[in-house]
Design a protein around this ligand. Sequence first.
Ligand SMILES: C[S@@+](CC[C@H](N)C(=O)[O-])C[C@H]1O[C@@H](n2cnc3c(N)ncnc32)[C@H](O)[C@@H]1O
Length: 267
Amino acid sequence: MSRYDGVDLQLNVPHSARMYDYFLGGFTNFAADREAAGHVLASASWVRDAARANRAFMRRSTRILARTGIEQFLDIGTGIPTSPNLHEVAQGVRPRARVVYVDNDPIVLTHAQALLASTPEGRTAYVEADVTDPDGLLAEPALRETIDFDRPVALSLNALLHFVPDAAGAYELVERLKSALAPGSALVMTHVTPDFAPEEVGRIVGVYEAAGTALQARTRAQVARFFAGWSLLDPGVVPLPHWRPDPDEPPVPAADAAGYAAVAVRS
Ligand SMILES: C[S@@+](CC[C@H](N)C(=O)[O-])C[C@H]1O[C@@H](n2cnc3c(N)ncnc32)[C@H](O)[C@@H]1O
């Protein structure tokens, strides 16, 4: 019996999670995903580097926040598991860390086992939910059982919000999620921008929209607006490879064009 039995994955339609998996060199992607991803790479070959730089940012930001003392992580738009996953990074610093993963794609759910291999002291959970329904997401029993909302939480929305246009309530949903988090919590984000390569990014938007996935690239000011009222950590909203680069990681300058990264904390 296949892990996909009984799950309607719509394999003839490209999907953002599987296209991203293809950019990262993963194996959880199918012909339609590879074809659409190929069109993206034909417009902008740096997208592959950008995907790797995005994962590297997740590792750096998670490590830094865990070192500051945060022990709870809520990662929405998790994607198909890719080693190391966020809980492995967080629990590498704080073995007691609790991590909840959320995605709305059934294929991520079918691979969630890889996301649940917690340390004995810590805890992980997977929730299938849609970020555009933040109240429903926040009410999920597995989330409430794992995360104590009276204590700080690092909320990561990496490479997610460009799939939520303004008209679908992107700013409102982020404010709703922020309002549920205690002082000391952090908001972590990466986001595609048209600021550096507008024509290439415009073509990429066209590929996703032709595949039925809305994609809204946002300017630096539009990305900064998601952090309103919270204090941005240095160096602010910057091209994602420039957010506290790790000297041990090879630089990926081609990824500069791709998007912004930032982390802010609630005081
Ligand atoms: C490009 S991947 C990013 C994966 C991971 N966060 C990272 O940065 O490496 C985007 C993920 O967001 C998920 N996603 C897209 N729209 C979503 C929504 N409305 N609610 C929850 N997840 C969503 C997709 O299924 C996909 O797994």
